[in-house]
Design a protein around this ligand. Structure first.
Ligand SMILES: [Zn+2]
Length: 331
């Protein structure tokens, strides 16, 4: 189960991983917290289209359905309203009734109900910074982490179904510095212009965080791209998300990255290549739920970890210095 703030986030964060697991027979469900009602038209080819502006929620629902079909995943709406991205100085107040202002017991309760109904083994969400300073992304993180706890707790939200303990919770690490630097270097070597110059520069001094899982999913990049294009009002087909030639991307960085945040099954201190590693398909059963320590990036590196992708990771790591940052771009 992948928890996202807006329709289109699922296509820019972990999309090929979801497509891969769906193709391998897993049930994969995206939970979209808001309808993206306050999104602008971000694709210059559709700029100013009155029919879209009159019915942005309708467009975004249809785009979401097409994206889910491209990825081969299920999708549900949590039913909250987009908070919009406040801009200006001072920032304007958030609009009444939006997702970021809803009481936590309401939003968490809604996600607990989804978890107990779908009974996922693994969940993904954003890190505590949302990866991007949008109030709905920060809130999606808070709600997902609180629901991970509450869904397993029989005393919490008893009206929302029988308790279910999700076994692992990951944060998306979609735009790690390690990845961007590796792709940036490869583009320069091949004589392409890199779209990441300013991006890297602006993130130089940010704290870096490191992925603990790298999922090989290049075979499913075409599905990810189709899902991105399905969000036609939000994604410019000539823009950032399509700036890297796809053959270069698949060769240099055929992965998506995640950081294990919580686990209720023991895990090895290695760079995982499978989010389902160690998961028990029958679930954890009744009784008190135990948690296990999460390996830190230091553990992962000390163990000399990565498996099949070890050399690529080391090459990229050598260029990147200290590893990855959890920063992501927003579609
Ligand atoms: Zn978003």
């Amino acid at each position: 189960m992948a928890v996202h703030a807006h329709p289109d986030d699922e296509s820019s964060k972990g999309a090929a991983t979801m497509a891969r697991y769906a193709a391998e027979g897993a049930r994969v469900r995206v939970v979209t917290c808001t309808g993206g009602e306050r999104g602008d038209i971000l694709n210059p080819r559709l700029a100013g289209r009155e029919d879209i502006l009159r019915d942005m929620p309708g467009y975004r629902r249809r785009e979401m359905a097409a994206a889910a079909a491209a990825l081969g995943v299920e999708q549900v709406w949590l039913g909250f309203v987009d908070s919009g991205l406040p801009e200006g100085d001072p920032l304007p107040p958030l609009p009444e009734g939006c997702f970021a202002l809803e009481p936590l017991d309401v939003t968490v309760g809604a996600l607990v109900r989804q978890i107990r109904e779908f009974r996922p083994h693994v969940m993904t969400c954003y890190d505590e910074n949302g990866g991007y300073p949008h109030p709905d992304h920060i809130m999606a993180h808070k709600v997902a982490v609180a629901a991970f706890d509450a869904a397993a707790d029989p005393t919490a939200y008893p009206e929302a179904g029988a308790p279910w303990a999700v076994e692992k919770l990951y944060y998306d690490v979609s735009f790690s510095i390690t990845r961007i630097e590796a792709v940036d270097a490869a583009l320069r070597e091949r004589g392409y212009e890199s779209p990441f110059d300013g991006w890297l520069h602006s993130r130089r001094d940010r704290p870096r965080r490191r992925a603990t899982a790298r999922v090989h999913c290049a075979e499913h990049f075409p599905q990810r791209d189709a899902a991105l294009r399905a969000h036609a009002t939000q994604i410019d087909p000539d823009g950032f998300f399509f700036a890297v030639p796809r053959d270069v991307e698949a060769e240099v960085w055929p992965y998506e990255e995640f950081e294990l945040a919580r686990t209720r099954v023991p895990v090895e201190p290695v760079m995982e290549d499978d989010l389902f590693a160690g998961v028990r398909l029958a679930g954890l059963g009744e009784g008190p739920v135990r948690e296990y320590p999460v390996p830190t990036a230091g553990d992962v590196r000390a163990a000399g970890a990565p498996g099949h992708d070890r050399e690529a990771v080391e090459r990229a790591g050598a260029r990147a210095g200290d590893g990855a940052d959890g920063g992501r771009l927003e579609a």
